[in-house]
Design a protein around this ligand. Structure first.
Ligand code: ARG
Length: 461
């Protein structure tokens, strides 16, 4: 006979294939901790409000703790026949403690129960992700500090633009991750609203105390509208959106590392332990890890898109479509956490080829803006200075030399404003350190960024 908890109005048992189709236990079993904590808080509230006896509460609490231990020991038998984590646990409890177990679901529906579990689960995962973001940020600051004065070309249009500090480039990613962390704070706030007590959709006839449950489970607020409580998945959309943006940041950095590892750039080398070889080409050392992070970004964005599609045009309140909120979210959580952990290692183990970066600056014209700025400081209008510098660059290209190779006389042929200090003015170090405007690439500004970054990390730890 069927062991379904809702079997009363049915004559036939569920078709086996339908059972498998609609069961979520294979993936929602990861909510077991939240489900049990939520049920204990609910039972305490029922007892406090005189809806169940103290004796029932004691049995329920002990029974649920026993189930928790069984699940953690891998001894609990999950069944697809019982659909989901909620009914698997409730059935096991009732089998164990009898009638008291049958009273646990008083004034509750799986609709508000699953909402509660998911809110708690998202809160916990947000905290874990924020911790991993910090680890990645630490790896970035460490690498920035270690390579503080390494100069590389900064790019626009993937063309060498102006010399910058490599540390400045790394710290740009620190800032992006900082915003990611902030965004996750917003996700936390929207997940920090307590839905239990909404019942299936309309509340309950029983004298419950939702504030008590919110307090027990450390929620900041309670849903004001029961329909909203059971059908809101905004916090999941926001999670997936914050996760997508974070992955996009990791993907941009991955792309740069992949380029930098190429023979064409040759700016960094990844640790052997972080790369793989080719089964055919003996010389290969491939940056698979950043490639894979770049690839997985599409997958997380896909989960966001899928979830938006799921809720689009969904009538209130609960519909089974909402069960589809889980697999994508869980996969996004796993992907983001794994990617962050792996990326922190990649950054920590990355060998910086400072000489090659330097050569890329010296053997090019990324100091041309500095040449123009030099003339501006001698009173030449910027547009004219730009024109003169452009002509000098053209002159050098024709002769196959660089600006630093020109003699003072040659400079003077283009403008009488050039003096003996011109060569010093277009050295990479000068170019970098003169960009001392707030947030610029000078050593002073980068040191300031590091101080700010360390202070922030101290604050959150
Ligand atoms: N497994 C379901 C889900 O994840 C739980 C809620 C089921 N509610 C219902 N009315 N069938 O959404």
């Amino acid at each position: 006979m069927s062991e379904k908890l809702w079997g009363g109005r049915f004559e036939k048992s569920t078709d086996e294939m339908i059972n498998d189709f609609q069961a979520s236990i294979n993936f929602d079993k990861r909510l077991y901790r939240e489900d049990i904590a939520g049920s204990i808080a609910h039972a305490k509230m029922l007892a406090k409000c005189g809806i169940i006896s103290a004796d029932d509460l004691q049995k329920i609490t002990a029974g649920l703790k026993k189930i928790l231990a069984q699940i953690e020991a891998g001894e609990f038998k999950f069944s697809a026949e019982l659909e989901d984590i909620h009914m698997n646990i409730e059935k096991a409890l009732t089998d164990d403690i009898g009638d008291a177990g049958g009273r646990l679901h008083t004034a509750r529906s799986r609709n508000d129960q699953v909402a509660l579990d998911m809110h708690m689960y998202v809160r916990r995962q947000v905290e874990e992700i924020q911790r991993l973001i910090i680890e990645m940020q630490k790896a970035l600051i460490d690498a920035a500090e270690k390579n503080l004065s390494v100069i590389m070309p900064g790019y626009t249009h993937l063309q060498r633009a102006q010399p910058i500090l490599f540390s400045h480039h790394l710290l740009a990613y620190f800032e992006m991750l900082q915003r990611d962390s902030d965004r996750f704070c917003g996700v936390y706030d929207r997940a920090d609203i307590m839905p239990l007590g909404a019942g299936a959709l309309a509340g309950t006839t029983l004298p419950i105390d939702r504030k008590f449950v919110a307090n027990e489970l450390d929620f900041d607020a309670i849903y004001l509208n029961s329909l909203d409580a059971v059908s809101d998945r905004d916090y999941i959309l926001e999670f997936l959106s914050a996760a997508s943006i974070l992955m996009v940041h990791l993907s941009r950095f991955s792309e740069e590392i992949i380029l930098w590892c190429s023979r064409e750039f040759n700016f960094v080398e990844l640790d052997d332990a972080h790369c793989t070889g080719s089964s055919m080409m003996p010389q290969k050392k491939n940056p698979d890890v950043p490639e894979l992070i770049r690839g997985k970004t599409g997958r997380v964005i896909g989960h966001l898109t899928a979830m938006l599609m799921t809720v689009k045009a969904l009538p209130l309140a609960y519909n089974k479509d909402l069960q589809e909120d889980k697999e994508g979210l869980f996969d996004a959580i796993d992907t983001v956490k794994f990617s962050l952990a792996v990326f922190a290692q990649i950054v920590a183990g990355m060998k910086i080829k400072a000489e090659n970066m330097r050569r890329a600056v010296e053997e090019d014209f990324s100091n041309a803006t500095d040449l123009a700025d030099y003339l501006v400081k001698k009173g030449v209008p910027f547009r004219q200075a730009h024109e003169i510098s452009g002509k000098l660059v053209h002159h050098c290209i024709e002769r196959g030399i660089y600006l630093k190779d020109l003699t003072l006389d040659e400079f003077k042929n283009f403008s009488d404003k050039f003096d003996a200090d011109i060569h010093a003015a277009i050295k990479p170090e000068t170019c970098v350190n003169n960009r001392n405007s707030f947030g610029g690439t000078s050593t002073e500004q980068v040191k300031m960024q590091i101080v700010e970054a360390r202070a922030w990390l101290k604050e959150v730890e």
